[in-house]
Write a protein that binds this ligand. Structure first.
Ligand SMILES: *Cc1c(COP(=O)(O)O)cnc(C)c1O
Length: 405
């Protein structure tokens, strides 16, 4: 590593709060599906900023749209209308089939909004102020207090207790475990359609349909967190769209703005008419013209560049390649995931394998200690997958000691 890059890393360690154990690299620019560090070293990117930069870096049309918007106006206020927010909301409605949109600045904030929506919906229904939400073990919904409260990872929650109250946990894909947690106070059931950080577990169709039926029966809101698995990642615009059931409320973020910080929570007309009203919720930045110009262009480019079709084709190929890696190595237990959101589960911590891959010019990320997660830009090709698998195999050879190791 050059002295200049090392100096920046040292300075970062002096200035930034130590909330991350960072890889020893400073990325300076991106081009397509590649990143370049300060020393000019090129990396194939299979992380895309954790499922964010779906269109790849330096998409000309995307960059131009942002530049154009900057020269018009970057921010107004939600007390006024702005054109990009209106267009972005229309586009989001069209691709999701939902009816009402609230723009946020992050995923966690979208989850906060969904929680408030559920509590207000319950409150208007029966006047109670002790409603409960059922969330799932191994889930991840963000780091703010509300989002953390519904995150099914005790280690993340414990130092910050007390959480917001009245959250119960069940198991994804275990309908009975959900039924056991239902009381007359339950106002919502919340889960990721495909669990991301928690280990790349897709919801089963049976579970999705079961939850939908349960929610309909009891007038409970079904809330799907599509922050990581949405925006094309599994080959549908939103992962729930392949199950034939529709949520009452959903969250999105990550790839929604492809790098510009923006999220949203969406709901059906029925929920919109019986939950948050004027004065109930707000944000200074949320839905500002710059963020929404990004959303508009991202959705337009997804359609123009047939991103979903690419995810289906290349996702299937990635699955097949990772399955053969899993078959070849004793230290790989299994593969899980959907589309271009895949995980390889190892019998050991994966940090050394990821570091070995970094040395060889491949960026990977973990999900939990023992899983390597693959969330590349959605515009990658089969050739990129081949290149990735070649480096991955050599990295596993190095750390696990060859095939059958
Ligand atoms: C990343 C993520 C969040 C949190 O989003 P932030 O923008 O980091 O606040 C919430 N839910 C899921 C499923 C995520 O993957």
């Amino acid at each position: 590593m050059s002295q200049t890059m090392q100096r920046y890393i040292d300075e970062a360690e002096q200035a930034l709060l130590h909330t991350y154990n960072r890889y020893q690299v400073v990325f300076e620019r991106g081009e397509g599906v590649h990143l370049y560090d300060m020393d000019g070293k090129k990396y194939l990117d299979f992380v895309s900023g954790i499922a964010v930069f779906a269109l790849g870096y330096q998409n000309r049309e995307y960059n131009d749209a942002l530049k154009e918007q900057i020269d018009k106006i970057i921010h107004t206020s939600n007390y006024y209308y702005n054109i990009p927010a209106i267009e972005a909301a229309k586009s989001l409605k069209r691709i999701s089939g939902m009816d009402r949109v609230f723009f946020t600045n992050s995923g966690a904030e979208a989850v906060e909004g969904a929680i408030k929506t559920a509590r207000k919906y319950g409150f208007l229904k029966d006047g109670r102020t002790d409603h409960e939400i059922i969330a799932m073990e191994h889930s991840f919904h963000g780091r703010t207090m509300g989002a953390l409260s519904v995150t099914g990872n005790r280690h993340y929650r414990e130092p910050f207790e007390p959480m917001i109250g009245n959250i119960r946990f069940a198991q994804l894909n275990d309908l009975e475990s959900v039924k056991e947690q239902i009381t007359d106070k339950t106002c919502a059931i919340l889960f990721e359609t495909v669990q991301g950080e928690g280990g790349l577990y897709p919801a089963t169709e049976e579970f999705m349909r079961g939850i939908r039926a349960l929610c309909d029966e009891r007038d409970i809101l079904m809330i799907l967190d599509e922050i990581q698995c949405g925006m094309g990642r599994t080959g549908e615009m939103f992962a729930w769209q392949r199950y034939g059931v529709k949520p009452d409320v959903m969250t999105t973020a990550k790839a929604l703005g492809c790098g510009v910080p923006v999220g949203a929570f969406l709901m059906t007309e029925k929920v919109g008419a019986h939950s948050l009203t004027a004065g109930d919720h707000g944000t200074t930045y949320g839905g500002n013209p710059l963020a929404c110009a990004a959303v508009c262009k991202v959705i337009e480019l997804f359609e123009k560049e047939n991103v979903l079709e690419n995810v289906r084709t290349v996702g299937a190929y990635l699955e097949q390649c990772l399955d053969s890696v899993a078959a070849d190595y004793g230290c790989v237990l299994t593969r899980r995931g959907a589309g271009l959101m895949q995980g390889l589960v190892f019998d050991r911590p994966v940090g050394d394998i990821i570091s070995a891959a970094m040395d060889k010019g491949l960026v990977l990320i973990n999900a939990g200690a023992d899983i390597i997660r693959f969330v590349p830009p959605l515009v990658i090709t089969k050739d990129h997958v081949d290149e990735m698998v070649d480096i991955l195999r050599r990295s596993i050879d190095e750390v696990c000691g060859g095939k059958n190791g």
